[in-house]
Design a protein around this ligand. Sequence first.
Ligand SMILES: NC(=O)c1ccc[n+]([C@@H]2O[C@H](COP(=O)([O-])OP(=O)(O)OC[C@H]3O[C@@H](n4cnc5c(N)ncnc54)[C@H](OP(=O)(O)O)[C@@H]3O)[C@@H](O)[C@H]2O)c1
Length: 299
Amino acid sequence: MIAVIGATGNVGRALVHRLVAANSPVRALTRDPERAGLPAQAETVRFQLDDPAALFTGVTRLFVYAHATGPDLLDTARRAGVRHVVLLSSGIIKDSSDDETHPIHIVHATAEQHIRDSGLAWTFLRPNAFAANAFQWAPQIRTGSTVRGVFANGLTAPIHEDDIAAVAERVLLDDGHEGLAHRLTGPESVSNSEQIAAIGQALGRPLDFVEVPPGPGRPRTLPARPAPHARRPAQGLRGHRRRTSGDHHHGGATHGNPGAHVRRLGRGPRGGLPLIFSAGRHPHPVRSLWAQARTLSPQ
Ligand SMILES: NC(=O)c1ccc[n+]([C@@H]2O[C@H](COP(=O)([O-])OP(=O)(O)OC[C@H]3O[C@@H](n4cnc5c(N)ncnc54)[C@H](OP(=O)(O)O)[C@@H]3O)[C@@H](O)[C@H]2O)c1
């Protein structure tokens, strides 16, 4: 039995659907089972630590989010018989990180350390930018045709949340991933302005991206930094310069081929920007960009 904590999350829900489709017994742990809307084939259980038997009895493998884990949970899981935990970590964790003080780094590095210390076998998934991050622009798209934001040419390789779930599925169902950290990206580098143009294409109405300088009063897309680091620019938002010949650079780590990890794990990545935004490629009720894009027309 596999348990998924955060079963209504973008990645968690997609993973539950995948495990059900694979006929793999899955316990979906969620704080609100009544509203979860998860498939009937999944055993949906309320996530509360004071009832460990309900959470983990019969469970050998566990998927968990960084903000939902901790020493008590891990100890409870281990005592109940869990052997392997798969953490949705972040690409911000690098072998030699240049910003170990960023709050996002701290959250994920702390979760990874707790898991390393837990005595459980582990696998870390370290994706970079999610495709769903594009929803940061939703309010502006709903009300107009111009999107104002920082770093028009900032590059990311957004990965579809269901592609992350696909990797988690393989890691949970196959042997051989223990002690590994998988770095995940989407299939191609796109700039913020290209993402806006693609959303406009999907909506059937042109959208323009107008760059504004980073600074106070701008829409916030990352948690606030502690004061000592406030003057340092948000590197993830500034993005990365585009490289030729397929190389992709993520602030220190070079990915010769974005999406390679997904392919290596047995399936191709959701291909290309148009497909990231297209309909019909999303079999599960995760928020797809296209589904959201439909709701972005002026109301
Ligand atoms: N956005 C990015 O670009 C990016 C990049 C790298 C890594 N990440 C990682 O991916 C995460 C986002 O993934 P996602 O989009 O799938 O998340 P999401 O849709 O926000 O879902 C997270 C789920 O976790 C559960 N949860 C939330 N707070 C909790 C708490 N305090 N205790 C227990 N459970 C809690 C909730 O499920 P229930 O309500 O069902 O309990 C929630 O649906 C980030 O938080 C980060 O760790 C994100």
